[in-house]
Design a protein around this ligand. Sequence first.
Ligand code: BGC
Length: 246
Amino acid sequence: MEVLGIDIGGSGIKGAIVDTKTGDLISERHRIPTPQPATPDNIARTIKEIVDHFNWKGKAGSGFPTPLAHGKCLSGSNLHPSLKGVQIDELFKKVSGIDFTVINDADAAALAEINFGAGKNKDGLVAVITLGTGIGSGLFFNGDLIPNTELGHVTYKGEPFENYAADSIRKNEDLSYKKWGKRLDKYFKHIELILSPDLFIIGGGASKKMDRYIDEVKINAPIIPAENKNEAGIIGAAIAAAEGIK
Ligand code: BGC
């Protein structure tokens, strides 16, 4: 099936047409900077621009960087407080005229990895952790998504761990990869203690540079980079729409 997949992030909103049978992008990616402030209306306008760009009339799926339940935003997270309580899938449908499935961005990236990437055919408990502006998570057991986990919000010294160990913190605090790796070591050890996963997959922008920090992360479970890199969010959002995952 061909589906428009969209990945909404803190800095950019990207869309492409995806063949959900193969996980391939079958169009160029179209990227628009995330509007500031990232209010519901501003985001919806950008979504319409992307739908219009592809002149798309079929199904669409979008990843959204906040916790969601059945398409409804539960907290504005790093985007905007006014998003809380908004039924995002309905909003996107209203503005674009087409059906939208909206799931958490890390769940979307994880879906792409389980179906077509580093998590393919991996049984047991697989934790996909995305390192970017925030820390996101997508958890799978025997290939089934356990949706809406927020493992970046496990706390460290009274604050969400993502405020200490996200890739954006490395950039803002100008940390060396070694220093950042030591923070990630604390983070992954903590998550391993809680969940004992069989496998960790690192997603998000930082998955491309794993060799620079991963030696600092001393955990028992294997930890490997995502394969779909920048496209995972787009591909996974399209899969969610094709399979009706909410
Ligand atoms: C949000 C998550 C999101 C993650 C990555 C966190 O701040 O709470 O829902 O998946 O950032 O974007």
